[in-house]
Design a protein around this ligand. Structure first.
Ligand SMILES: Cc1cc2nc3c(=O)[nH]c(=O)nc-3n(C[C@H](O)[C@H](O)[C@H](O)COP(=O)(O)OP(=O)(O)OC[C@H]3O[C@@H](n4cnc5c(N)ncnc54)[C@H](O)[C@@H]3O)c2cc1C
Length: 447
């Protein structure tokens, strides 16, 4: 057994964590990557899974597969729920039954963010957010089920609320989701139903901010809004959602009846700051030094969406490029320390630009002084996203799928995937029916 080789533990196999692991492939260290999921997710395309363009396997890659050629790296499936800084180990819950402690010499926390309902956690039951593959499949089920229920609804008064989709938050996810639902209706569903007209679906995008895609220039943001409106989306800006329940949302004095509300508004950091008991910003992100180490802890690094770092007086955004560049930087820093080389210069983010898709064949793009909108921007968007998918096989599969969907409007991933619990029969012994009911209840609770 190797005892004196430094142990590097990475928590999180997202953009940041994978980048660190890859940067350490030739480092004389034992690297352990821990994630609660067995796969890395390409989050920028989650909305395409939620709207049936792609299937989950086209944007998710098994972490073991990504790192299979890295002999110094072990992958552990487990949920980290604490860091013991004195003993230098992370506390991992491996299978909901037993806790394990994984020792480290260097620790990198790259655990991302989760949804924030701004103190209204009860909204989560009625307005799911989009962060994981499971979220995307749940939202896909919800959208497709709404159309199915409308098709078989006998009371015509109930059909409009089944065919109303409300998206709360007009950032990139809200805009991309709203326009993708509009495209789904127009190009795929329009000819498939006999009792309803999918084209009559109402899509409402609400945000308290005064414009959509607030991180883009006003000109591009305006182009995006015009495009959304052309797609038939009702864009309601400067209006906050006051309440969400199973019947829809309340905005001021108005109720919008809807059976499908999707939360695309806020995020909050993972609890990494609590594990370390260190200073965080208002969103709970850990304040880090300019080499991404936690102040006073040169062996602990926090990167990606979980970290808070200012550059030129502004906080770095929570985007994949920041997480990836920070991951590569920390990998290089640890490598240099371990091979006795000098420390690299402080971390500096190189911003390659910002993009968002607004429906079929239309995107906006901002990079330095360059501002583009329309089909050309969409082609660049498509090329960049293909390039950054984790595996070559996924690039080919997503490319083929996009071309097919673009040309035909067909979306093969239009599946409602549910767990069906068989109904109990009258003759089943009482004892058995109770245990079946109990396990059915458990399934519902854990979904
Ligand atoms: C819907 C959506 C669309 C987006 N679109 C874009 C876009 O177009 N362009 C862009 O640049 N960025 C986009 N982003 C943001 C981008 O995805 C994030 O900035 C990026 O994923 C951050 O990387 P990360 O490594 O910090 O965290 P993540 O990629 O979120 O990875 C965190 C990892 O940590 C694991 N984890 C979390 N907690 C634990 C725990 N307790 N124990 C074990 N494992 C844990 C998670 O399973 C996950 O694998 C989007 C995000 C979302 C949700």
């Amino acid at each position: 057994m190797i005892t004196n080789v430094p142990r590097v533990v990475i928590v999180g196999g997202g953009f940041g964590g994978i980048a660190v692991a890859k940067a350490l492939r030739n480092t004389p260290a034992v690297v352990t990557l821990i994630d609660r999921n067995n796969h890395h997710v390409f989050q920028p395309l989650l909305y395409q899974v939620a709207t049936s363009v792609l299937s989950p396997a086209q944007i998710g890659s098994p972490i073991r597969g990504i790192l299979r050629n890295q002999q110094n790296t072990t992958v552990i499936l487990g949920d980290v729920n604490g860091v013991d800084q004195e003993q230098k180990c992370v506390v991992v819950n491996k299978d909901d039954r037993h806790e394990d402690r994984v020792p480290y010499d260097y620790l990198i926390l790259a655990t991302g963010v989760r949804h924030s309902y701004f103190g209204h956690d009860g909204f989560a039951r009625f307005a799911p957010g989009l962060k994981t593959l499971a979220d995307a499949v749940a939202i896909r089920n919800k959208i497709l089920q709404a159309f199915e229920r409308a098709e078989s609804e006998n009371d015509p008064k109930l059909i409009p609320e089944l065919m109303t989709f409300v998206l709360v938050g007009a950032g990139p996810t809200g805009v991309e989701m709203a326009s993708a639902i509009a495209t789904l209706v127009r190009s795929t569903l329009r000819s498939e139903f006999r009792h309803i007209d999918p084209m009559s679906a109402r899509i409402v995008l609400v945000d308290i901010a005064g414009r959509v895609l607030g991180t883009f220039s006003e000109r591009l943001s305006d182009k995006a809004r015009q495009r959304l409106e052309r797609l038939g989306i009702e864009v309601r800006l400067g209006q906050g959602v006051d309440y969400i329940d199973e019947d829809g949302v309340i905005i001021g004095n108005e109720r919008i009846a809807s059976k499908t509300v999707i939360w695309t508004a806020g995020v909050t950091s993972s609890p990494a700051g609590k594990w370390l008991n260190v200073v965080t910003d208002r969103a709970g992100r850990v304040r880090v030094e300019n080499n991404l180490a936690v102040p006073g802890r040169s062996e602990i690094f926090v990167i990606g969406d979980t970290a808070s770092l200012d550059q030129d007086g502004k906080p770095l955004p929570g985007v994949a490029q920041v997480a990836t560049q920070q991951g590569r930087y920390v990998g290089r820093l640890i490598h240099r320390r371990l091979v006795g080389k000098s420390a690299p210069q402080p971390f500096r983010y190189f911003d390659k630009g910002n993009m968002a898709v607004v429906g079929k064949g239309f995107a906006i793009l901002e990079s330095g002084k360059l501002q583009l909108s329309g089909f050309l921007a969409w082609l660049v968007w498509a090329g960049v996203h293909l390039e950054f998918l984790a595996q070559r096989s996924l690039r080919v599969s997503v490319f083929v799928q996009w071309v097919w969907t673009y040309l035909t409007g067909a979306r093969g991933a239009r599946l409602i995937v549910k767990h069906h619990v068989p109904p109990l029969t009258e003759h089943e012994p009482r004892v058995q029916s109770e245990s079946v009911a109990a396990s059915a209840g458990q399934l519902n609770l854990t979904k």
